[in-house]
Design a protein around this ligand. Sequence first.
Ligand code: PEP
Ligand code: MN
Length: 364
Amino acid sequence: MKTQLNLLALNEWGIDHTDRPLLISGPCSAETEKQVLETAHALKDQNISVFRAGIWKPRTRPNTFEGVGSEGLKWLTKVRQETGLKVATEVANAKHTYEALKHNIDVLWIGARTAVNPFAVQEIADVLQGVDIPVLVKNPINPDLELWIGALERINKAGITKLGAIHRGFSSYGDSAFRNAPNWQIPIELKRRFPELIIVNDPSHIGGKRSLIAEISQKAMDLDFDGLMVEVHPDPDNAWSDAAQQLNPFQFDELIKSLIIRSKGSTKQTHSRLSELRKKIDHFDHELMELLEARMKVAGEIGEFKRDNNMVVLQNNRWNEVIEQSITLGNTKGLSPDLISKIFKAIHQESINRQTDIINKITV
Ligand code: PEP
Ligand code: MN
């Protein structure tokens, strides 16, 4: 389903922000008034535009810290008074949204565990009807782009045009280097579908540990994300939630200084070089397409042969041989086994689909 979002450019959001990236930072959770104010004062001279802190915390397991609740909203108001920073918090239901609006919170975000649930998102959208406030929607925990878009649409339909997305990675089962797999192709596709949509990367929840934050942030900048949301705590190891992934204000400063922000555009000269190279890419893509067409034709002929000789489609030995020889050949050409295996699995699946169609086609 093709849709449009009605979006306002970032420079019309009423948030001070000069150069890329838009920085949103602050603790995972507001714990005490002292901790919130101390973090905000440490961050206020670090070029951040928005101070974040979670008040209502959706925790995976019960009997863990679930946030200080509405009390913390007063601390955020104090942050704004004392530092001039805009303040943001997460809302997960209609009650949170009413409370946050009542306390004049400047920016709201919808968390990953809420974005999965259209009822919850709609309930928040209904409260936001007619309100002028920036809202950021995190990706749902499962890698479902349509669900993410659906949540953005619901908020947008309520009249929120200061709308952005936060990429915080996706849950997966089993061990992985990341807490939440980035699946970069999903935010890239979101950007392709909605080029005007502000997309912020959240390296803290993707990485899950401090050591990964810099490389994820740099990658996000190289993929032209508009901003970063980074969790910062004055004493990360003793944080009441997400201790392993929070940076202290000094580490945050180092992170921001280490980022290389590359230009979006190009000069005339580099542009003509880039178009030449892109023409070459187009040419190779065209050739790949012709080769795939020819390969599928042969796969079809094999399907006819199998049908006429009453053979099963999947010949496991042959498939093993194909994948193994392709990986070996790919290796000699500097192509990673991962790439080759993904490409050949996709091609093989397509061949199998065609062949099962052929052998099952009723011919008269
Ligand atoms: C958070 O930002 O602290 C949070 C709870 O994030 P997420 O919704 O991405 O899990
Ligand atoms: Mn967190």
